[in-house]
Design a protein around this ligand. Structure first.
Ligand code: SF4
Ligand SMILES: [Zn+2]
Length: 196
């Protein structure tokens, strides 16, 4: 399991992602962890999104307050991730309100499908790998590589927000980034140049 500087605990409640990022560590870790799982989980091996709600027990109301990363092995807003799974996870976060929960997504514009308690940090991943030709990029004002995700995140009304530049795969255009994040309510920005 990858320990991130900004998280105390990673809990994998859903595993699998169709985004197909070439640098994905979650896919490698899910496959590795599956070697020790009895019985083996076919969906983990194929990295198809599916719940592992036996891991809900890793969160308890009596734990000390922690920064908990909830989607290290899937994309919260990714294809194939069912809304009812997310609702189950959100219910659990309400049972354990002492923690701060961090979500990351490559589709931050889809966070608005749900409502989130105050202790959930909505995050977007930006890699600056480009050029970005996605449909979303043309719909947001910051038309530079995947910086459109910051603009999409800023449009969300609620809660605390975070940007994770990880892995950072291209030059981070300082002026554009500062403009995109200025006066913001971002809880943190994580920059990792060497997570591959
Ligand atoms: S979005 Fe995350 S979990 Fe999904 S393929 Fe990319 S790195 Fe892996
Ligand atoms: Zn599995």
């Amino acid at each position: 399991m990858v320990k991130r500087e900004w998280s105390d605990l990673n809990v994998n409640l859903v595993i699998g992602c169709f985004n197909g990022c070439w640098y994905c560590y979650g896919r490698r870790l899910a496959k590795w962890a599956n070697k020790f799982r009895r019985p083996h989980c076919k969906l983990c091996n194929e990295f198809i999104p599916h719940p592992h709600f036996e891991n809900l027990d890793k969160l308890t109301p009596k734990q000390k307050s922690k920064f908990v990363f909830l989607d290290g092995h899937f994309d919260w807003n990714g294809k194939g991730v069912k809304k009812r799974w997310l609702e189950t996870i959100l219910d659990k976060t309400k049972e354990c309100p002492q923690h701060t929960y961090v979500l990351l997504s490559k589709f931050p514009q889809r966070y608005s499908r749900l409502t989130y308690p105050r202790n959930i940090v909505l995050g977007a991943t930006v890699t600056c790998e480009g050029p970005d030709t996605s449909k979303e990029m043309t719909e947001h004002p910051t038309k530079l590589k995947d910086l459109w995700r910051i603009a999409a995140l800023r449009k969300l009304k609620s809660n605390r927000k975070a940007i994770s530049f990880e892995p950072l795969l291209g030059p981070l255009p300082e002026t554009k980034t500062r403009k995109a994040t200025n006066n913001s309510d971002f809880t943190f920005a994580n920059i990792n140049f060497q997570s591959l």
